[in-house]
Design a protein around this ligand. Structure first.
Ligand code: UDP
Length: 240
């Protein structure tokens, strides 16, 4: 299976590495190197980046902050990550554009769907910052939305584990890894692949989600080239 246009969802935590907070430049450089390989193979790539390594709206709201305000701060955090990734990519000569869903025209382009598609056609990596621009949403939902908007064939969701398990592999050594799952199964069993809004959006638009381990070197390239890594959501249910 070779893809033409794909969306990579990087959580903020993916950029954090083993640090407890913020960005590990070494990890970002490694991710950028893998992305460069993807681009070199001619695949068009959009990236939605999270912000959980810096600020999470829900957490701040549970400590008493107004939820919408907290979420806007969370969205701004994603822009920091987007710019960091852009910098790492451009240092190794990968052309990029950052587009934000909240206008910050001095530092990034505003999100314009047709313009994003044009960038992709020209071989630029498009990094979407500021989530969907709406509080009460997540960057996972943004990934589903943008994938549908730009006609990405698949979402690659980078995580710290090998895929989706029937229970927490850190707590239970007998946890079983799913090879594939249906959207319905993920929703009814409340598996923490992505939030339910994101899964529902992918289901409606028939966009498969591949959940894979980012910390295994070379996995981004393997996943994007269609090699079996992790768990695919969208097909049928099968345990490895
Ligand atoms: N956020 C939001 N609307 C969006 C996307 C993100 O309000 O469309 C806020 C929300 O507060 C969230 C924060 O941005 O906690 C960081 O995004 P997320 O938690 O999705 O990042 P990740 O878990 O992928 O690092």
């Amino acid at each position: 299976m070779t893809y033409h246009r794909v969306l990579l969802k990087l959580s903020g935590e993916a950029l954090m590495g083993n640090l407890g907070y913020g960005i590990d430049p070494k990890v970002v450089t490694e991710i950028a190197g893998e992305i460069a390989e993807v681009i070199a193979s001619g695949i068009q790539l959009v990236i939605v980046v999270g912000g959980g390594n810096i600020f999470r709206g829900v957490k701040a709201a549970s400590a008493g902050m107004d939820r919408a305000t907290a979420d806007y701060i969370g969205m701004i955090a994603t822009v920091m990550n987007a710019m960091t990734l852009q910098d790492a990519l451009e240092r190794i000569n990968v052309p990029t554009r950052v587009q934000t869903a909240i206008a910050m025209q001095e530092i990034a382009e505003p999100y314009i769907r047709r313009r994003a598609i044009r960038h992709l056609e020209k071989g630029r990596v498009v990094i979407f910052g500021a989530g969907s621009g709406n509080p009460f949403f997540t960057t996972d939902t943004t990934a589903a939305l943008r994938a549908a908007e730009v006609d990405a064939e698949v979402i690659f969701k980078a995580t710290k584990v090998d895929g989706v398990y029937d229970c927490d592999p850190h707590l239970n050594p007998n946890a079983r890894l799913y090879q594939s799952l249906t959207y319905g199964y993920v929703l009814t069993h409340e598996l923490g692949v992505m939030d339910s809004t994101a899964i529902a959006l992918c289901k409606e638009n028939n966009i498969p989600i591949v959940v894979f381990n980012l910390s295994v070197r070379g996995n981004i390239v393997r996943a994007v080239k269609g090699e079996p890594v992790g768990t695919i959501v969208g097909g049928f249910c099968e345990v490895i």
